[in-house]
Design a protein around this ligand. Sequence first.
Ligand code: FES
Length: 98
Amino acid sequence: MFSVEISKVIIKIIMNTADKIEIVICLGSSCFSRGNKSMVKQIDDYIKAHRLTERVFYHGSHCFGACEKGPVMRIGNNFYYQVTPENLHKILYDNFGY
Ligand code: FES
């Protein structure tokens, strides 16, 4: 059972992320070595440049179980495979219009 303070933190996180679009980048070892490492900053820069911080919940994840299709990321319910620095901008544009 959680303490009252931990429960408050969990509720705060849920309330802050409930209405946000989730961007999840796989940080598993395979995706990381295939290039997600460089895209972590690219995505962060994109979010800041387009002032999406209030609309987006951006975070990393453990392996999605699709290593052979990596690098993998997810935006909302959509998975993107073989993401590269070259096709990343189109993926973000298709989702956010910038
Ligand atoms: S390490 Fe990314 S899908 Fe497995």
